[in-house]
Design a protein around this ligand. Sequence first.
Ligand code: BOM
Length: 137
Amino acid sequence: MSHVTAHYGKSLEECRKETGLSKEILEEFKHFWSDDFEIVHRPFGCTLICMSNKFALLQDDARMHHINMNDYVKGFPEGDVLADKLVQMIHKCEKEYDDIKDDCDRVVKVAACFRADAKKEGIAPEVAMIEAVMEQY
Ligand code: BOM
C-alpha cells in the first residue's frame, strides 16, 4: 500500500491548483494515512476525484471504476494480494454513503471509511514506509 500511495500521491500538486486544496489542510499526500489528518474537508474530496481521474480510476458518476482500479493496484509490489481487497473495501464504503449527492462530499466520506477499514485490516501503511519508496516514482 505504501507503493500505491506514493505513486497516487504524485498527482496531488497538479490537482491542488484545480481544487484549491490548501497546504494547511494537507501538506503532502503521505499524511493521508496519519491519524492527525482529519478526513473531513470538501476540497479534499474534490482533490481525490481529480487525482483519481488522472489514472482513470473513476466512472462518469464519480464512483470507482473496478477494473481500472484493480489493474492499477496490481502493477505495484504485492499488488496481486492488494487489488481485490482494495476494490472490495472501497466499494463497501461507497455503498455506505451512496445517498450523498454531492460528489466531493461523498468521496470525503468514502475516503475516511476506507482509511478506517484499512487500519482495521492492517493494510494501512506507515508514513515512514511511504517516504522510503517515494523516490522510486
Ligand atoms: O467513490 C469514489 C472512490 C474514490 C476512490 C479513491 C479513494 C482513495 C482514498 C485515498 C487514499 C489513497 C491511497 C492509496 C491509493 C488508492 C488508489
